[in-house]
Design a protein around this ligand. Structure first.
Ligand SMILES: [Zn+2]
Length: 50
């Protein structure tokens, strides 16, 4: 199974706060996770970046 390492960047401050893996076959589109951003000091949407 091709699990790819992706980075999750805060959509507000653009910092890459998280690294995760994702199965491209199950999630071919860009994923967005609601996660805590230590720079914004709140939960924001984190978008997949490469
Ligand atoms: Zn942020």
């Amino acid at each position: 199974m091709p699990r790819e390492i992706i980075h999750l960047a805060c959509t507000e401050c653009k910092n890459k706060n998280y690294t995760t893996t994702k199965n491209k076959r199950l999630h071919p589109d860009r994923v967005v996770y609601k996660k805590y951003c230590k720079f914004c000091k709140k939960h924001t949407d984190h978008k997949e970046v490469r």
